[in-house]
Design a protein around this ligand. Structure first.
Ligand SMILES: NC(=O)C1=CN([C@@H]2O[C@H](COP(=O)(O)OP(=O)(O)OC[C@H]3O[C@@H](n4cnc5c(N)ncnc54)[C@H](OP(=O)(O)O)[C@@H]3O)[C@@H](O)[C@H]2O)C=CC1
Ligand SMILES: O=C(O)C1=N[C@H](C(=O)O)C[C@H](O)C1
Length: 254
């Protein structure tokens, strides 16, 4: 049976993934986290050495922090093991590291592992392809009070889908963090707004607004279990893939 290693195992997602994998009867080789993070689940060994974990795993799952990504990718390259990266808050330099790693190992990176969000992304791309840029696109997300990055990885994934549908680059058309006298909305911009509070697992809404009408497409996560299930499914799928960069579309057959 394939052994799954978890980077960031003591975090909210790390623990959820361990639980889902154990419930499914899968084998967990162990996890990494910062020293003193406590027990994740009975029998799961936590180390602070990602290379050691990668060597005794068949596939790795990373839900930790962007600052740890380089070390995690390096460990997977050294051990020759595939990895699913679910960590969000990634910037250009992190995506460049993933592209480089994907030359020698299989890497699946996604801002959201759930089936529902990936279906939503396909719908958003389709709607954006059919509506002209007199339809303003705004993406609103809400998450729990502990979340440290904004906009969420999912909001960016949905923004990328909208930009792809429109045939434009998101980097050149995104409007983030409006405050004060912003001036009127720029035609063709894709706007982002982030709310934080309570224990919300993850709500996303994509609004297409034009004169006189509005389309709203959305997704609400009711718990982290959906992300954990998607991560375990994605990791199992990665075991059969050659080196390269992947997202959830291949896993879910979209
Ligand atoms: N793609 C998806 O579907 C989803 C992505 N996410 C993303 O996953 C990430 C984790 O989320 P969540 O579990 O809620 O966050 P947590 O803060 O609960 O977990 C992150 C864990 O990583 C640990 N960590 C910090 N530095 C390192 C390191 N160098 N090596 C190993 N572990 C380290 C943290 O330890 P410490 O607390 O001591 O700093 C913490 O235990 C976030 O980026 C989040 O946005 C979340 C849900 C779904
Ligand atoms: O931090 C979270 O909790 C989540 N993060 C991901 C994101 O940034 O989109 C996915 C999910 O919405 C939960």
């Amino acid at each position: 049976m394939a052994k799954i290693g978890i980077f960031g195992a003591a975090g909210r997602m790390g623990r959820a993934i361990a639980q889902v994998a154990l419930d499914a009867g899968l084998d967990i080789s162990g996890g990494t986290d910062r020293p003193g993070s406590g027990e994740v689940a009975p029998g799961i060994v936590i180390t602070s050495d990602p290379v050691e974990l990668a060597r005794r795993s068949d596939v790795l799952i990373d839900f930790s922090v962007p600052a740890a990504l380089a070390a995690h990718l390096d460990a997977c390259i050294q051990a020759g093991k595939p990895v699913l990266v679910g960590t969000t808050g990634l910037e250009t330099q992190h995506h460049a590291l993933i592209d480089k790693a994907a030359k020698s190992i299989a890497v699946l990176q996604t801002g959201n592992t759930s089936l529902g969000v990936n279906i939503l992304s396909a719908l958003v791309e389709q709607a954006a392809a059919r509506l002209g840029d007199d339809w303003d696109i705004e993406i609103v997300e809400m998450h729990h009070r502990h979340k440290v990055d904004a906009p969420s990885g999912t909001a960016l994934l949905l923004g990328e889908a909208a930009a792809r549908g429109r045939g434009i680059s998101l980097a050149d058309h995104s409007a983030r963090g409006r405050d004060g006298i912003t001036g009127a909305r720029v035609q063709g911009a894709i706007g982002f707004a982030a709310l934080r509070g309570g224990s919300v697992a993850g709500d996303h809404q994509v609004i297409f607004a034009t004169e006189g009408e509005r389309i709203e497409l959305g997704h609400r996560a009711e718990s982290r279990v959906i992300f954990a299930r998607g991560a375990v499914r994605g990791a199992s799928w990665l075991l059969g893939q050659p080196a390269g960069r992947y997202d959830m579309k291949g896993v879910l057959g979209l």
